[in-house]
Write a protein that binds this ligand. Sequence first.
Ligand code: ATP
Length: 368
Amino acid sequence: MSTEKAFHICVLPGDGIGVEVTAAAAAVLEATQTYSGGFALTLEHHVAGAGAYRETGIAMSDEAWRAAEDADAIFLGAMGLPDIRFDDGTEIAPQLDLRFKFNLYAGVRPVSAKRGGARMLSDPRAENIDFVLVRESTEGLFASRGKGEVLGDREARDTMVITRQTSERLFAFAFDQARRRKTSSHCNKVTLVDKSNVFVSMAFFRKVFDEVAGTNPEIDAERVYIDACALDFIRRPWDFDVVVTENMFGDILSDLAAGLVGGMGFAPSADIGDERAVFQPAHGSAPDIVGSGRANPTAAILSAAMMLDWLGHRHGVSQCLDAAKLIDKAVEEVFFDGQVRTYDMGGTSSTADLTDAVIEKIKGSQGK
Ligand code: ATP
């Protein structure tokens, strides 16, 4: 009888290049389980997103929702198309609905220069950029999504919501990340980003942060305002370890951070709650490059590695943890070799070229 641990993955490729990079990540996952062993993944694909809405009037069917609910993990490509919108002008975004419905409060965005993207900063210390941005993903200013009001065509209002319960969980998660990342080369600290000098909601956010920091005395805690943080992301990004912030600030900072290490094609992410998690590249559907073979699948492939890491920790399956490391290492080696350079790096390697190169590295690592 097989002792392999079986995991059921709900796959939602979505729109635009979401479909292309999901196929790449799926191929890498398949190779990884073949060459790594010890676990088995079943990938069940479902249609959802703006294209689905255009065809059927429903962005995510009940069947897809049930599959997401029942799965061990959810993998998502990208969703939304600029021309397809609800009547109020907002984009079709089931990826946001997933975060709210499953209470995926911790949006994890690793930012690492090791993964090969073009260096945006000439300072040699930029090689050491390696931090994790934890974006609260269920409240903050996004809590107003679908609830904002326009008063008589004179004024519009959206409301920021910060709750103690979510903030406590979020900060505990951030300190836990710092603990996990503890190595001799890391400065090991959690940086809170807020605007507590102006908004009462942000002062409350900081108060809860201070309380949670007090229960984690072995990890340094620092606090910076969002405007200063934007400057420091450019001036000294190598000094950050774990950065935790409100939803809207995190939305903006994560694109800025991705820019530091080569762009959206290098930005993996996970939205994690206490029970479920969604893994997806941080980029959108990129309609400007869809169908051209120019989509960089690195972010999607690394998101798949994050999924294996999460499954491994959650279910105590060491082979999944090893497989996640195997993917990370394969990606790093491909870029280190320098043969494959995707379009966003100024090269001409296609989505398939990079995917094949990563799979070759995974195959080649066996028996080493
Ligand atoms: P969203 O609001 O849905 O997150 P966005 O408006 O931020 O999306 P993206 O779709 O992420 O836009 O694209 C932003 C830019 O980055 C585009 O020029 C796009 O082509 C490029 N881009 C995004 N993802 C990738 C990728 N995987 N590979 C190469 N280029 C990408």
